[in-house]
Design a protein around this ligand. Structure first.
Ligand code: 2P0
Length: 332
């Protein structure tokens, strides 16, 4: 029995403006609240999947290296979900190429599982509409539900306790958003993170006294962010995004034991972005599960602002713009 030809898909990372932090169901990857993000046009992940009927088990290769441990377990577990949907059993070979360092808080798992969901569904011949694809990607990594779509995207938590909770939690593009900003990634350090976001979320929900307050604020932030996007109000969107991200970091920094993704370098950039704003620039920061800072700003000012941030940090900066959703492609 021969291997099937590879099916290849590409997806881009997304950066949340209203964050996902905390699950109500670990197995189904159901979040405690809605989140809202911007898919970028940089750092794509390309993944191909071929079925290997004669093989004894799945093979996973990430950036040319065989995957092992937790990464292998998560990807084969995800393939099991696709096989269950397809009612098929063949092992697969997965080949993934990232253009962003894995585990540095630059959403490689979002792009990775969005591309894997699309390629694996294709390889196992399961027909999924975009909503079903988003649900499937969610099972690999929550934020991947959002990378299925381009531009501004909202991921619905779904009503808690519902029998069809799995069906009700998926992402959708926000077609009424009237903003077309830039996002600058300041690449302070690109090593792997000290604590996985999965573990950090778990710890935060279980132990941070600030978590309930941040979660309640997040629910309000979603509504306010939707209004800001629909009105094309970058200043309102930026202010909500910065406050929501700083609040999320406050929750994990007050967990037991604490999780600190903010480094001295991050704090320096956060402070500088505030100072730029004080002198009239339209700049707002956000940060994820890593030390790198992303800066939301008008597209027309992005090159100038990125040059200044590069100069004060001595680190590379990348200017991103709204990017596309996951799609099939030919070859790696
Ligand atoms: C987000 N992050 O909304 C938040 C903000 C990081 C900080 O989603 O456990 O890799 O696989 O569902 O999606 C990163 O967490 O976590 C993330 P799992 P995921 O973008």
């Amino acid at each position: 029995m021969r291997d099937t030809p590879p099916v290849t898909a590409v997806a881009h990372p997304n950066i949340a403006l209203v964050k996902y932090w905390g699950k109500r169901d670990e197995d189904l990857v159901l979040p405690l609240a809605d989140s809202l993000s911007l898919t970028l046009d940089v750092f794509p992940t390309t993944t191909s999947v071929r079925l290997c009927p004669a093989a004894a088990r799945d093979t996973v290769v990430v950036d040319g290296q065989p995957a092992t441990g937790e990464m292998l377990r998560r990807i084969t577990g995800f393939l099991d979900l696709v096989r269950a949907l397809a009612r098929r059993r063949e092992p697969a070979r997965v080949d993934t190429r990232n253009t962003v360092p894995v585990g540095a808080g630059l959403a490689s798992s979002a792009a990775g599982f969005a591309a894997l969901a699309l390629a694996a569904a294709g390889a196992y011949e399961v027909t999924l509409d975009p909503t079903a694809l988003s649900r499937l990607a969610r099972r690999g990594s929550g934020s991947a539900a959002r990378s299925v779509f381009g531009g501004f995207v909202q991921w619905y938590a779904g009503p808690p306790g519902a029998d069809d909770a799995d069906l009700a939690s998926y992402a959708e593009p926000l077609n009424d958003a009237r903003l077309d900003p830039a996002m600058i990634a300041v690449l302070l350090r690109t090593g792997p993170k000290p604590v996985s976001s999965r573990e950090a979320m778990r710890r935060t929900v279980a132990t941070s006294p600030l978590f309930p307050g941040w979660l309640a604020a997040t629910r309000t932030d979603i509504t306010a962010m939707r209004t800001a996007l629909a009105e094309g109000d970058l200043a309102a969107a930026g202010a909500i995004a910065e406050r929501n991200a700083l609040g999320m970091h406050a929750t994990m920094e007050t967990a037991t034991p604490p999780v600190n993704y903010r480094t001295q370098g991050s704090r320096h950039v956060l402070e500088h972005v505030r100072r730029m704003r004080d002198r009239g620039e339209q700049t707002w920061s956000t940060m994820d599960a890593g030390p790198n800072v992303k800066v939301l700003c008008p597209a027309a000012d992005a090159q100038r602002i990125a040059a200044e941030l590069g100069e004060i940090t001595g680190c590379p900066t990348v200017v991103a713009r709204p990017g596309p959703g996951a799609r099939m492609t030919t070859g790696m």
